[in-house]
Structures are given as structure tokens and as C-alpha cells.
Design a protein around this ligand. Structure first.
Ligand code: CP3
Length: 356
């Protein structure tokens, strides 16, 4: 399978080795949303093309995926796309409004709206992501591993019901209590599509996968156990089972459940190789919670990148020394934000590589 596309041999595999608990040459680092609006060259592309056009056009997706790698000595690339391509593949309209974020003109209002969704064949409508991954593997020439990703069921359900970002998730939470069976049906539908989607990503060339449960922060610990964890486990279990059945080498899996620092010990039981931490969690405490056999990723506060270069260097160095060189991938605690100075990224990457 791996050779069927004749991908170039991987040179810097530190991220994959860290994920598997093997020794690394240097602490690897990449950044969530590393291809994004803080880069002027990204803004140039966005002036000419709508956000989802970039996602759907492999040449454009690969160009913006490559942009941060031209500037910084990063140890991984992540394919340019969005978690909301799954709701789109289910037949929902999603628009990206600059300065606002994603907008669904027709969100799910009542359980009757579930009948309008078209989950059958969703993965076929996401083939463009696979094409971008395959093209990107060649474009990278083996420089660093290529990561794929997906949104997790609860996070996607939230956007589909709220119709965009939400401070409270009041409507999505109302589904959990008022339409419990339908909420379960929707989460199961999403879980199944996510497994298909990740399988396709691996077959297309993704060398590691991250599952974004960004809206975990809205759930109590009890609700996280009930409405997120079982689906996260099913995604990891089913995907691995499918890859094994087809004799396809497994790829490391990362779970990023933002705001779920209350459940690190529980997350460590899910079967994911890597747990990505938001900035609210102390590295030493996180290590205590997950034990020695899980890789940790994170967790600098993205707002720290607005400090002086000297402060950024100091904060990154302290962070890396707390996590240590074993089973650790440096990253931010969430996506990099649009006004971040370029120099902060340069300093962050350099500081991580020099810290140990
Ligand atoms: C919740 C979520 C989304 N998308 C994503 C998540 C999970 C991570 C997280 O919690 O931030 C994931 C995502 N979105 C994007 C990537 C690309 C890969 C990368 O470089 O990390 C990834 C991994 C590009 C993007 N996705 C988006 C942008 C900026 C939009 C633009 O270019 O106009 C980028 C580069 C837009 C987006 N997409 C989404 C939102 C809420 C927004 C608006 C928020 C904002 O404005 O910062 C949905």
C-alpha cells in the first residue's frame, strides 16, 4: 500500500518517532493552523480565492500547506482543509465569512432535519482531500511527515446545530437533553463518516491523524464522558481495525479535546498514541495523569506569541524542559491567531529545537 503511490522516503521522522515513544534527534514542533492568516502569502491566496475553494482545489491546498514550511524549520506539515468539510459532504451549506468564521445558512433545527442529511457516499464527496494529501506527499519530498485531520462528532454536531461558532452551545446542548435519541443518531452518523474519511486519508498518504474535539470545552466532565469519549474511542478502534484488516500500516493518532484537561487519565485509555493539551494544563501534572506510555503535544498559550521575542523564547524553553525530550511534540495549546508576528514563530521553533 505504502509503495503504491511511490512516495519519497521520509527524512525527518521525529514527529512519528515521538508519537511512538522512540528516541528523537530533537524535540519536534509544529503549530495548529500553521498555514493561516498570520502569513501575508496566505492572505494573498485568500484575496483571490474563497476559503472552501482553497480546500477543494488540491493545487491551492498544497500551496498554502507548503507556505509555513518555506519560512520555518517545522517538523510536520498538516494538510490545509477544515473540519467543516464533513457537514458539507452531508449536504449542508457552509460559508466562511471573513471576520466572522463559519456560517451555516440552514442549521439543523429539529430532529426532522436529520432526514435531509446525505451521509451515504460522503467520503466520495471528500475525495479532493485525498487528492491534496497525495499531491502534498510528493511536494514535500519526504522532508517532514504529512498530517491529516478531522473534527470529532460532538464538535461537528455543535456547528451543525448552532449554525456556526457559539459561546454557549445552548441549542446543541438542548438536543442532548431534549432529543437524546436523535443526538445519538447524529453522533453515530458522524462517527461512521469520520472513520471512512480517516481511512481514505491514510490510503491517500496521511502519515498521522489528529481528531479535533475543540468544543469539549463546553461539556461538563460527565457530559464529556457520555457525549464525546465513546465516539472518540470508536473512531480510533474502528479505524485501526480496518487498517489491520487491509494490511495497511497503522498511523499514530492524536486526540485534541480542548478544555478537557479534567479527563486526561480517561483520555489516556482511548487508545490514541498522542494527547494534545490546551494551555490550561500544567505539563508535569498532565504527565502524572496520563502515565509514561502516551505522547503529549502542546501547549503554549497562543497569546504568548504576542510577547517580545525574548519572552517567547523563555516561555517556550521552560515549556519544553517541563515536558522533556521523551514522548513529546511541541505545539500551541490551540490554533495560532491572525495577528501573530512572524518573528514569534521563528523564535518558537528555534527555542524548541535548542531547549534540550
Ligand atoms: C473548530 C475548527 C474549525 N476548523 C478547524 C477546527 C479545529 C481546530 C480549532 O479548534 O481551531 C481545523 C482547521 N482549520 C484549518 C486547519 C488547517 C490546517 C492547519 O494549518 O492547522 C485546521 C486543522 C484552516 C482554517 N480554518 C479557518 C481559517 C481562517 C479562515 C480564513 O482564511 O478566512 C483557517 C486558516 C476558519 C475556521 N474554521 C473553523 C472556524 C471556527 C474558523 C474560524 C475561526 C477563525 O477565524 O480563526 C472550524
Amino acid at each position: 500500500m505504502k509503495d503504491s503511490k511511490n512516495f519519497p522516503e521520509l527524512k525527518n521522522d521525529n514527529v512519528l518517532r515521538a508519537a511512538r515513544g522512540e528516541p528523537v534527534d530533537r524535540v519536534p514542533v509544529w503549530v495548529m493552523r500553521q498555514a493561516g492568516r498570520y502569513l501575508p502569502e496566505f492572505q494573498e491566496v485568500r484575496k483571490q480565492h474563497d476559503f472552501f475553494t482553497v480546500c477543494r482545489t488540491p493545487e491551492l491546498a498544497c500551496e498554502v500547506t507548503m507556505q509555513p514550511l518555506r519560512r520555518f524549520d517545522l517538523d510536520a506539515s498538516i494538510i490545509f482543509s477544515d473540519i467543516l468539510v464533513i457537514p458539507q459532504a452531508f449536504g449542508m451549506t457552509v460559508e466562511m465569512h471573513p471576520g466572522v468564521g463559519p456560517v451555516f445558512p440552514e442549521p439543523l433545527k429539529t430532529p426532522a432535519d436529520l432526514a435531509k442529511l446525505t451521509p451515504d457516499g460522503a467520503v466520495d464527496r471528500l475525495k479532493y482531500v485525498g487528492e491534496a494529501l497525495t499531491m502534498m506527499r510528493h511536494m514535500l519530498e519526504g522532508r517532514v511527515p504529512l498530517l491529516g485531520f478531522t473534527g470529532a462528532p460532538w464538535t461537528l454536531m455543535g456547528y451543525m446545530i448552532e449554525g456556526g461558532g457559539s459561546k454557549t452551545m445552548s441549542k446543541a446542548k438542548a438536543w442532548l437533553s431534549d432529543y437524546t435519541e436523535d443526538a445519538k443518531k447524529l453522533l453515530a452518523m458522524l462517527t461512521s463518516a469520520i472513520v471512512d474519511y480517516l481511512e481514505m486519508q491514510v490510503k491517500s498518504g496521511a502519515q498521522m491523524l489528529q481528531v479535533f474535539e475543540s468544543s469539549a470545552e463546553h461539556l461538563t466532565k460527565d457530559d464529556f464522558m457520555k457525549w464525546s469519549m465513546p465516539y472518540l474511542k470508536e473512531i480510533n478502534d474502528k479505524l485501526k481495525q480496518r487498517l489491520i484488516e487491509q494490511n495497511i500500516p497503522l498511523v499514530p493518532m492524536t486526540i485534541f479535546a480542548k478544555g478537557a484537561g479534567h479527563s486526561l487519565a480517561e483520555q489516556a485509555t482511548l487508545g490514541y498514541e498522542v494527547i494534545s493539551l490546551d494551555w490550561t494544563v500544567d505539563p508535569l501534572e498532565a504527565r502524572k495523569q496520563v502515565g509514561p506510555n502516551i505522547t503529549l503535544q502542546g501547549n503554549l498559550d497562543p497569546q504568548d506569541l504576542y510577547k517580545t521575542p525574548e519572552e517567547v523564547r523563555e516561555l517556550a524553553t521552560v515549556m519544553v524542559r517541563k515536558f522533556g525530550k521523551s514522548r513529546y511534540i511541541a505545539n500551541l495549546g490551540h490554533g495560532i491567531t491572525p495577528q501573530t508576528p512572524i518573528v514569534s514563530m521563528e523564535v518558537l521553533v528555534d527555542a524548541v529545537h535548542k531547549a534540550l
